[in-house]
Write a protein that binds this ligand. Sequence first.
Ligand code: B16
Ligand code: MG
Length: 213
Amino acid sequence: MKYKAIIFDLDGVICFTDKYHYQAWKEMADGIGVYFDEVINNRLRGVSRMASLDIILERSEKNYTGEEKEKLAAQKNDIYKKLLEQMSPADLSGEVKEALDELRGRGYLLAIGSSSKNTKMILKQLGLDGYFDAISDGTNITRSKPDPEVFLKAAQFLGMKPEDCLVVEDALAGIEAAAAGGFDSAGIGEAATHGKVTYPIEAFSDLLSKCSL
Ligand code: B16
Ligand code: MG
């Protein structure tokens, strides 16, 4: 086997919470009179909460203090978490669940490598509580993607070296992070266009046939 473990990004790979991120950021931005749209929202993929806020505030004429920014981020997160409560196992696609089960059956260790501090809540809502062998997320890192820390921690939690793991990502920052950490990667969507991606793929199920797994 070329790899022993697979590290999955969460938002954009296992599930799709970007619409909830968008709604929550939009409500916060409207509240302070700052322009925000779906094009700007695209720049937030895979980016940490505070870095996302900084991108949104590029359009603001006011300079916010660190404390004010913490409050705005907390306000967005409260709205976002309320929206996450609507998620259920029905939001996990059959394609994703079947491919995960097949990969597990082939003997791979499976982990999550996500920037989100809400990873555990999202997994619970999807019915994937306890499914993964390791979870590395926004709660155990100090530097977010494109820094490789989140994936290096995932590999460490699994007891694996980067060269034994394949990272699956939808964000350009995620492919950059994987490459910086010495990981091969499979990229879906925009991530498939990154020059450093090992396997550009079109669908999650392509993992089963196009990625040396
Ligand atoms: P939170 P991923 C990322 O998840 C999202 O893509 C990104 O839009 C979000 O800002 C980030 O998590 C932090 O999320 O506010 O819940 O901590 O793609 O790395 O799974
Ligand atoms: Mg993502």
